[in-house]
Write a protein that binds this ligand. Sequence first.
Ligand code: AMP
Ligand code: MG
Length: 411
Amino acid sequence: MESFTSGLISLEEAQAAMLAQLQPVRDRLSVPLADAVGRITALPVTSPVDVPPFDNSAMDGYAVRLADIQSSRPLKVAGKAFAGAPFTGEWPAGSVVRIMTGAPVPAGCDAVVMQEETREAEDGILINAPVKAGQNIRLVGEDIRRDQPVLEAGVRLGTAELPLLASLGIAEVSVLRKLRVAVFSTGDELQPVGQPLAAGQIYDTNRFTVSLMLRKLGCEVIDLGIIRDDPQALRVAFTEADRQADVVISTGGVSVGEADFTKTMLDELGVISFWKLAIKPGKPFAFGRLASSWFCGLPGNPVSATVTFYQLVQPLLAALTGQRASPLPPRLRARAATRLKKSPGRLDFQRGVMSRGADGELEVRSTGHQGSHVFSSFTAANCFIVLERERGAVEPGEWVEIEPFNALLEG
Ligand code: AMP
Ligand code: MG
């Protein structure tokens, strides 16, 4: 292709180049379970106990020995076993023990008969269903054996993992240290939120967005504010950021305008790849190494900054924090419910609303204006509509790929 999109590098190439160079953090520390949400396991976790810790009843009913239930005579009830209060008495031949769910089964018990399969007679209970050895007994270690690995290293701890550790009585977990990430925005037109705007000024959205997403990802944020479009001010900011952080993220100044000094500064201070990415929004993007940190230069337009952070920086940070799995959800197929404007040349991340159509298939509609300055396009959206690089406009009814937002953009 000879158009202006030739020579652009693909998202996959950029992602691969970034991930190829990384060394995840190594320092680890032990944290209480309640403070471990969002942290990454530094070591595999093994179970200190058997789960369940003892044979116990899966039902409310009666603990029986098979030898005692061969005749059809009523069976006396020798006592009761509750969860937390085992049966400790004598268990005479020809009797059963009343037992509740979770109670330890008494020694010698072969099976538990559920209450619904028994009937109370005058001098005991009658069983009115066949009984199999072992039925309704949860065996010690049946779920997890002591010393069995339950989590690998590199797992992000959330509500699917932490309760599992709690159920094993694990009070502290070894995690990797947090990443320190410095962030600043560049632009003479930017004002911090909370200040009145003078003519030609706009509010600094990106530093807010990036800091918010960094906190959600569990990073320590070093906020270096707004840096003017001035080489010396940028030099100071980059040097300071590099000194303090593992990763430095700036926004703006990466295009080819006369006030775009980011590239010049980085050439002076580090080893930087400048990419024109074949994605929309978010064409200009810089990645590389400063003296002691990684660097990501996001485009200035708020939608572009958010999309490149989400698609490129998020996987990079996940890898740097030691996380094994990709943080990006798998893509799904959906039918376009509205027309989607597009010209061939770049992979497009439009913002969409996915829902289940009348025929049970996923469908997706556009959130409307997709300009890279229209941040409200994110507000109603719950997914990206990912349109292939060479594809043109999409007509209603055509199939497209969608990528549901993860927790970084939802909630
Ligand atoms: P730049 O990449 O610096 O040329 O900026 C591209 C566009 O994004 C311009 O319209 C800028 O005013 C706007 N922009 C840059 N940085 C920010 C920011 N932090 N918040 C909101 N808009 C920005
Ligand atoms: Mg600028």
